[in-house]
Design a protein around this ligand. Structure first.
Ligand code: AMP
Ligand code: MG
Length: 411
């Protein structure tokens, strides 16, 4: 690709291209308790019908709703008490009812439940008669058989993210493990002569914060990070590091991908046979973003500025990791908000403004952080969302509706 002619892609186009390069990884079986946040590799079919019988949603009385047509109160004879975990022994015939606890099976003959609060004991009637104070229709407070799951039917489709209730549904089916696409293995490489490790004395250098930060972002997104260390700004050093990435699904480099004289990432990747799919995106921060692929490995050359690397991670890498994880929903989240402040910029690049958003007066108000320079981490600290300031827009006024992307970085 001729660099000067490299197209400046829109963020949406760039993300679509990234996602077209990624597909769910081969699956593995994991115990249910380890599957939180993963996606189902296949449809899961119910083996059990749940609940297995019609049962009561309330503590009260199981009745025949037709008996309650007369003006209340209607006096019924109580044939038995059905507790949760016990089977009813008696049928509920006309003029009778059964005392019933939440979760207990509905006795034969009954078609509805009246909650205890809508009944009154019969004075001196003992426990075997009750006054029902309101009419109810059939099915009232009855949880029907099969409401949660029906044997033979798809319980949860492939791609379903496994949250806590979904795992509960699988436990109720008696399953102990589930097939999910395996977690992506992600290699991280920092590049730059100025960098030192966090555990070294800087002595005129700057601490490599990108690799450990991105490693946390990878882990939070469900990937397994491996730090490859720091490559120096020479072709040999970058090439040596990038020659050791066999077996990784994703390689993230930071810095050295712009037009600086010692920016070697791009040419080294080309020399190593990585097919470059695009290089620059019409966004700020994060314009110099390189995306390539070789066999089963995706390469992202992220910008070096700490905030830029985090923003591009959020906009492109995280969606790709989610696609590899087989999650159905991979796009960054979006919520409507309103601008608390004013913003202006030239047309041409979409800006992703770091904001702190809080609920106030019925809306989510987004206040831009006072520092927006991508070279410092302070412009990301305390941010809760990215505000999407569209490519062709020039200004946004106080109170304007805006699109907010919740950040995965936040504590
Ligand atoms: P570059 O893309 O090489 O021009 O780097 C852009 C800016 O990001 C420079 O100020 C670098 O010092 C800084 N930078 C690059 N890599 C890192 C890193 N791993 N951690 C923190 N800052 C970095
Ligand atoms: Mg550099």
């Amino acid at each position: 690709m001729n660099d000067a002619a490299a197209p400046l892609l829109s963020v949406e186009e760039a993300r679509a291209r990234v996602l077209s390069l990624a597909s769910p990884l081969p699956s593995e079986w994991v115990p249910l308790e380890a599957a939180l946040g993963r996606a189902l590799a296949d449809d899961v079919t119910a083996q059990r019908t749940l609940p297995p019988w019609d049962n009561s949603a309330m503590d009260g009385y199981a009745v025949r709703s037709a008996d309650l047509a007369a003006p209340p109160p209607v006096r019924l004879a109580v044939v038995e008490t059905v507790y949760a975990g016990a089977a009813p022994k008696r049928e509920v015939g006309p003029g009778t009812c059964a005392r019933i606890m939440t979760g207990a099976p509905l006795p034969a003959g009954a078609d509805a439940v009246v909650m205890r609060e809508r009944t009154r004991p019969v004075p001196d009637g003992g426990v075997d008669r009750v006054d029902i104070l309101e009419p109810v229709g059939p099915g009232n407070f009855v949880r029907p058989r099969g409401e949660d799951a029906r044997e033979g039917q798809v319980l949860l489709p492939r791609g379903t993210p496994l949250g806590i209730p979904e795992l509960g549904l699988l436990w109720a089916q008696g399953l102990a493990s589930v097939a999910v696409p395996r977690a992506p293995r992600v290699a991280l490489l920092s590049t730059g002569d100025e960098l030192c490790r966090a555990d070294e004395a800087p002595q005129g250098r700057i601490v490599d914060t990108n690799a450990p930060s991105l490693a946390l972002a990878v882990r939070r997104a469900g990937g397994v990070p491996t730090l490859l260390g720091i490559a120096r700004d020479t072709r040999d050093s970058v090439e040596a590091a990038l020659s050791r990435v066999d077996g990784f699904d994703v390689v993230l480099t930071s810095a050295g991908v712009s037009v600086g004289e010692r920016d070697y990432v791009k040419e080294v990747l080309a020399a190593l046979g990585v097919e470059q799919h695009f290089w620059r995106v019409a966004i700020k921060p994060g314009k110099p973003l390189l995306v390539g692929r070789r066999a089963g490995t995706l390469f992202f050359g992220l910008p070096g500025n700490p905030t830029s690397s985090l923003v591009t991670f959020e906009l492109f890498v995280r969606p790709a990791l989610r696609r590899l994880l087989g999650l159905a929903d991979v796009e960054p989240g979006r919520v409507p908000g309103r601008l608390d402040g004013r913003l202006s910029k030239p047309a041409g690049l979409a800006h992703f403004v770091r904001v702190t958003a809080a609920w106030r007066e019925g809306g989510l108000w987004a206040r831009p952080l006072s520092t927006q320079t991508s070279g410092v981490l302070r412009s990301a600290a305390a941010a809760t969302h990215l505000l999407h300031f569209p490519r062709e827009a020039n200004s946004l006024a106080h109170g304007d509706p805006v699109e907010l992307l919740p950040l995965s970085w936040v504590a």
